[in-house]
Ligand binder design. Structure first.
Ligand code: SF4
Ligand code: SF4
Length: 290
């Protein structure tokens, strides 16, 4: 991969707790749960919970309005100045919710120096790309579990796009096409891109190294292979062991840098990774209802 990152971006990455393993002990992130709706259905997702891309199961989120998110950010940053990144990661898909962009606008206005980060399934990435750029989002995560539609169609059951519902191979092809196009645009525009890949034994485990090669071609900065949390339609699949995941990470490492310290945080987590401060200390305004 070419090293065409600006010095400012290099500094921001060195202070991003997910992109840099060294940063995780010194810098924190704050997730703002402002995005409840989602436009696809992953077979490992139980919508009663947070987006499994960035969550642990069994914990429902409060959904904040953009103004509430700004107030929460102000309060938390005052008490935790080591937080360097504000991210939106759910509980649904951030790009499927206009509140995401309004929240970024409010945060950017008040905290111009902070790094803005987003995590998405990528379906709307090309369509909403200009808005993302205008929001000044610098680090982008796309959950990409396969680029072979025959595999992807086993992982998602539905895609809702442009007022139409897609299923089967057609849904898989559409999602993959949008993800690849979006990643390409983001890399070209100078964003630093991470992909999250859920390792699903028997479904995509033999495909992930090829995915890493593909991501290398696109200029993706880092890859996060996450173990399946077995729930919903995938409740009966046995999740991979740490050792099985490590074997795959090691095989992918020659192609894309591997993130190995992910803790599958909630979409309203804040603080240092793995040492989250309790959300119960914050006022709970609205409960997320699927
Ligand atoms: Fe669930 Fe996230 Fe998949 Fe949407 S993208 S179905 S919220 S895991
Ligand atoms: Fe970082 Fe992983 Fe937590 Fe996302 S889920 S904030 S990538 S540690």
């Amino acid at each position: 991969m070419k090293d065409c990152m600006s010095d400012d971006m290099k500094r921001k990455i060195s202070e991003h707790p997910c992109y840099s393993p060294e940063a995780q002990h010194k810098f924190g992130r704050l997730h703002l749960a402002v995005a409840p709706s989602c436009n696809i259905q992953c077979n490992y997702c139980d919508r009663k919970f947070d987006c499994v891309n960035e969550s642990r199961p069994g914990v429902t989120s409060e959904v904040l309005s953009p103004q509430e998110a700004l107030e929460r950010t102000t309060r938390i940053l005052e008490q935790n100045p080591y937080i360097s990144v504000i991210g939106i990661a759910g509980p649904g898909d951030p790009l499927d919710n206009d509140e995401t962009f309004e929240t970024f606008r409010l945060i950017r206005e008040k905290f111009p120096e902070i790094t803005l980060c987003i995590s998405t399934n990528g379906l709307l990435l090309p369509d909403r790309f200009d808005e993302l750029l205008e929001s000044n989002v610098e680090t982008l995560t796309v959950t990409m579990n396969a680029f072979d539609p025959e595999i992807q169609k086993e992982i998602i059951s539905m895609v809702y796009y442009g007022g139409k519902k897609y299923e089967g191979r057609e849904a898989a092809e559409l999602l993959i096409q949008k993800q690849l196009e979006g990643i390409e645009k983001a890399v070209e525009a100078g964003m630093t891109v991470k992909i999250n890949t859920v390792l699903i034994p028997g479904i995509n485990d033999k495909h992930i190294v090829d995915l890493a090669k593909k991501m290398n071609e696109l200029g993706v900065y880092i890859m996060n292979v996450m173990p399946l949390i077995n729930q919903a339609a995938f409740a009966d699949i046995v999740p991979p062991t740490d050792q099985e995941r490590k074997v795959i990470q090691d095989a992918c490492a020659p192609y894309v840098k591997q993130m190995r310290h992910c803790r599958q945080c909630r979409s309203d987590a804040y603080g240092l990774i793995g040492k989250d401060l309790s959300v119960e200390k914050q006022p709970r305004k609205k409960e997320f209802k699927p």
